[in-house]
Design a protein around this ligand. Structure first.
Ligand SMILES: C[S@@+](CC[C@H](N)C(=O)[O-])C[C@H]1O[C@@H](n2cnc3c(N)ncnc32)[C@H](O)[C@@H]1O
Length: 298
């Protein structure tokens, strides 16, 4: 183990060594596996077989204190508490080099900013890998990066069918390319914009993935009907009051006629998709043998 090894889920025990400068009270794993900072080894909270096998996100970050963040709220938070999924943060600083635990250095070839060192990220990855299966498809390693393949609902579905994922949150100019190549790391982007760090992107990825795990959402049917599930954006939604600010809920939704409501919703979903996302609309038409130019009375 690395001399600045961090506490983490292990085969039944937590071992921990102090990391210099680690924020006091920083928690390293969350949910049913949760432990508070302590220099003494502690037993894991006992859990059933479901907990031992639950989908887990291991997050390598310079800011472990921002996790679970928004994931602690609502249904994802409850599911984390009950062990339907697990979260482990790995403090990259603990693997830093030298007395000052440096994690970054200037870019080779010059230029602005700093780059996260391959040896430092590599050591954190080795730590993350100590108790995960060898089959990479079963436990992918993903670096959040604006250069990555765009994250989509299909990515979330794929990740939710693995045993877990190791996420690397970049900072500064990102990671040394050699660590990406050495560990065959997938680079995934949240969109065509630049965040300051990978933590928000990691939480978004985890949220989208975890809600697909059975029993995390109270009502699994909502997953089946929402945007992207069938290649379309979702139809507009309404609720009481029936009239608000002079606007009435479309009559068909008040009819109680399930067939007509279903047709209306599908028509609206198709129109919205054609109007807002021509890329999705073309793919949908191709899959369903439809003409993408057909008039939908936009
Ligand atoms: C300031 S950014 C680095 C940008 C990088 N120099 C570039 O131009 O591609 C720092 C970190 O934020 C995260 N990040 C920024 N934008 C992101 C996005 N759109 N999707 C996922 N992660 C992002 C990544 O982890 C990245 O390493």
């Amino acid at each position: 183990m690395h001399e600045n090894d961090v506490p983490s889920r292990n085969a039944g025990r937590i071992e921990r060594k102090e990391i210099p400068d680690m924020p006091a009270g920083s928690s390293k794993s969350h949910g049913r596996r949760s432990i508070s900072a302590s220099t003494r080894p502690r037993e894991l909270v006992a859990g059933g077989p479901e907990m031992a096998d639950s989908w887990t996100a291991k997050v390598i970050t310079l800011y472990p204190q921002v996790f679970p963040g928004v994931l602690a709220a609502s249904l994802t938070g409850k599911a984390l508490e009950t062990g339907l999924w697990g979260l482990e943060t790995i403090d990259l600083r603990g693997f830093g080099a030298g007395r000052h635990l440096n994690v970054d250095d200037t870019p080779a070839g010059g230029g602005a900013g700093m780059v996260l060192r391959a040896d430092v990220v590599g050591a954190a990855l080795e730590h993350a890998r100590r108790d995960i299966p060898d089959a990479p498809g079963d436990w992918p390693t993903v670096a959040l990066s604006p250069r990555g393949v765009p994250f989509t609902q299909q990515t979330a579905i794929r990740l939710s069918r693995t045993r877990g994922v190791t996420l690397i949150c970049g900072r500064f100019e990102g990671l040394d390319q050699r660590v990406i190549d050495q560990y065959a790391i997938e680079e995934v982007s949240l969109g065509d914009f630049i965040l300051t760090g990978g933590e928000i992107a990691a939480q978004a990825l985890i949220d989208a993935t975890v809600r697909l795990i059975p029993r995390v959402l109270g009502n699994q049917a909502s997953v089946e009907n929402e945007s992207f599930a069938d290649g379309l954006l979702e139809h507009p939604q309404y609720t009481r009051p029936v009239v608000w600010a002079g606007h009435r809920i479309p009559e068909v939704l008040l009819s109680g006629h399930h067939g007509r409501i279903g047709n209306w919703r599908r028509a609206m979903a198709e129109r919205l998709t054609k109007q807002r996302r021509p890329d999705l609309w073309r793919a949908y038409c191709e899959t369903n043998g439809r003409n993408p130019e057909e008039d939908l009375e936009l």
